[in-house]
Ligand binder design. Structure first.
Ligand code: ATP
Length: 435
C-alpha cells in the first residue's frame, strides 16, 4: 500500500526546520517501508504572509505493509510533536496522511496553494474529499502546505542537499570553510547554483539563523549536488544529510495574468506599459504599469540592490514583461518584481540648447531667450530635441541571488527565461482566477 506523508509549519525564526524533521523521518521510516522517491521539498506560494522563510513543506511516499501504517503515523506525529517549535505563536504544524493514489482534484488544490491563497478550511475540505487524514497542532495551518506537498504535480524539479548540525551547535556561527565553497562553485556552477555571491564574495549555501541547517546545496543534477557536497569542508560535525527533490528554481509559481486580474498573494507574469516616471520611497524603487485591463504599482525593494538601477532606467512608454508576487504594500496592491524584460523601449528625448548661430558659441538661458556667452547674440528660446541612447538591453533582468525567491528559476539555468518568453510570443494561457 502506498502511504503519502506531508508535514508543514514546524519551524519559527527561533529554530527548527521542517526539512530536518523530514530527513529524520525519512531515515527512520525507511526501516519500516520502501521509499518510492526521494523526500520532496515543496515551495508553495512565496507571497503568503505566514511563512517563516521560503514557504517550504515536506512530503514523502513509502510502499508499506498495511498493518504497519498505524505505527508509522504514530512515529510521524511523535517527531512533529517533539521537534516543532510549538511555543512560537506563529508555528502551527499540520500533518497529512494519504493512502493509495493521489486524486486529480488534489493536484489542483496543490497548484492553487502554489499560486494563490488557500484557507485552512479549504484544505480540510480538500483533504476530506481526497480521503486524506489530517492532524492539526494548534491552529493547524500547516495542513495547507502538508496536503499541497503530498499532491504536488512536478512539472519540473531540481535537487537540494541539506546537511544538518548537531543540536549542541544550533544557534552558534556555522563553521563552513569559505574557500572550499568557492572551489566547489568553480567546479560545479551552474550544475549547482546559488553557492556564492561572486560580487559580494559571500557564501550563500549556509544560512544564518538558529535552525539546524548547516548548508543547502541546490542543483539540477543529483549526482553533481552530491559531488559538490564532498568538496565542501566543515569545521564542525555534520549530524545528518539528505538529498531532496524539489520545485525550487522552477518558476512554476508564475502564471500569465492581465493586470486587472491581479489580487493579493498572486504570483504572476504581466505585460504592460510604464505609465509615469519611477519614484523612490526609502530605498525602494516604484513605478506603475498598465495594460488594457488596469494599472498596478510595481516595486523593486531595497534588498534587490543593484537590480534597482535597471528599474530606474525605465521610462514612461516602455513596454515590459514583468514577473513577481502581488502583495499589499502601504495599503496599495503592488507587484514585487522578480524579473523583467523590456519588450519595446520608448525613445529617450533630451532637449538641448542650440549653438550660437552667429559665432558658434555656447548659449545661456535667460527666461524666454537664449543669449550667447561669447558674442551676446540673443534669440528666442527654441530647444532642439535629441534622441539619447537607452542603456537598457533587450534581455531579462533578475534580482540578485540573495533576494531571489527559492522557487524562482535563475537565468543561468536552462529554461530560466521561459516564463518571460512565453509571455513575449503569446504562448501563455491566461489563467482564470479560481475565486
Ligand atoms: P521553510 O522555513 O521550511 O522554508 P516556512 O517556514 O517559510 O518554510 P512555514 O513555517 O511552513 O513556512 O509557514 C507557511 C505556512 O503557510 C504554513 O502553515 C502553510 O501551510 C501555509 N501556506 C502555505 N501555502 C499557503 C497558501 N497558498 N495559502 C495559505 N497558506 C499557505
Amino acid at each position: 500500500m502506498k502511504l503519502h506523508i506531508g508535514i508543514d509549519d514546524t519551524d519559527s525564526p527561533k529554530g527548527m526546520c521542517t526539512t530536518y524533521i523530514g530527513a529524520l523521518l525519512y531515515r527512520e521510516l525507511s526501516r519500516l517501508g520502501e521509499p518510492l522517491d526521494l523526500p520532496r521539498l515543496i515551495r508553495l506560494n512565496p507571497n503568503v504572509p505566514y511563512k517563516t522563510r521560503g514557504n517550504g513543506a515536506v512530503a514523502m511516499t513509502f510502499e508499506v505493509e498495511e498493518e504497519l501504517i498505524p505505527e508509522i503515523k504514530d512515529i510521524v506525529l511523535f517527531y512533529v510533536n517533539q521537534l516543532a517549535d510549538l511555543e512560537d505563536e506563529n508555528t502551527n504544524p499540520g500533518v497529512v496522511f494519504l493512502e493509495g493514489e493521489i486524486p486529480e482534484e488534489l493536484r489542483e488544490f496543490s497548484l492553487r496553494a502554489l499560486r494563490e491563497h488557500v484557507t485552512v478550511e479549504e484544505a480540510e475540505e480538500a483533504a476530506r474529499r481526497a480521503g486524506a487524514e489530517y492532524f492539526k497542532f494548534k491552529l493547524g495551518r500547516g495542513i495547507v502546505g502538508a496536503l499541497a506537498a503530498i499532491a504536488y504535480p512536478f512539472k519540473h524539479f531540481t535537487y537540494e542537499l541539506l546537511a544538518y548540525r548537531k543540536p549542541e551547535n544550533w544557534g552558534t556561527p556555522r563553521k563552513v570553510d569559505r574557500e572550499s565553497v568557492f572551489e566547489m562553485d568553480r567546479l560545479f556552477y551552474p550544475f549547482t547554483y546559488d553557492n556564492v555571491d561572486p560580487y559580494k564574495r559571500s557564501v550563500l549555501i549556509a544560512p544564518h539563523g538558529k535552525d539546524p541547517v548547516l548548508v543547502g546545496i541546490r542543483g539540477i543534477d543529483a549526482g553533481k549536488v552530491l559531488q559538490a557536497f564532498e568538496i565542501v569542508r566543515f569545521e564542525e560535525p555534520v549530524a545528518l544529510y539528505q538529498l531532496y527533490r524539489t520545485n525550487q528554481g522552477t518558476d512554476d509559481h508564475l502564471t500569465f495574468k492581465k493586470i486587472g486580474e491581479l489580487k493579493p498573494y498572486d504570483s504572476a507574469v504581466v505585460r504592460g506599459i510604464v505609465v509615469k516616471p519611477y519614484w523612490e520611497k526609502g530605498r525602494h524603487v516604484f513605478f506603475e504599469l498598465e495594460d488594457e485591463t488596469g494599472r498596478i504599482r510595481v516595486a523593486a525593494f531595497e534588498p534587490t540592490k543593484k537590480f534597482r538601477n535597471f528599474v530606474r532606467k525605465l521610462l514612461p512608454g516602455d513596454e515590459i514583461i514583468a514577473a513577481g508576487g502581488v502583495k499589499e504594500h502601504d495599503g496599495v496592491l503592488t507587484l514585487n518584481l522578480e524579473k523583467f524584460y523590456p519588450v519595446k523601449l520608448a525613445p529617450k528625448i533630451e532637449y538641448r540648447k542650440p549653438k550660437c548661430p552667429s559665432c558658434g558659441g555656447t548659449m545661456k538661458s535667460k527666461g524666454d531667450y537664449l543669449k550667447c556667452k561669447k558674442c551676446g547674440h540673443r534669440m528666442p528660446k527654441k530647444l532642439i530635441p535629441v534622441e539619447m541612447p537607452r542603456d537598457l538591453e533587450k534581455k531579462i533582468y533578475e534580482v540578485p541571488p540573495d533576494a531571489r525567491k527559492h522557487i524562482s528559476r535563475p537565468l543561468v539555468l536552462p529554461g530560466g527565461e521561459d516564463k518571460i518568453l512565453e509571455a513575449l510570443i503569446g504562448m501563455h494561457k491566461t489563467v482564470p482566477s479560481s475565486r
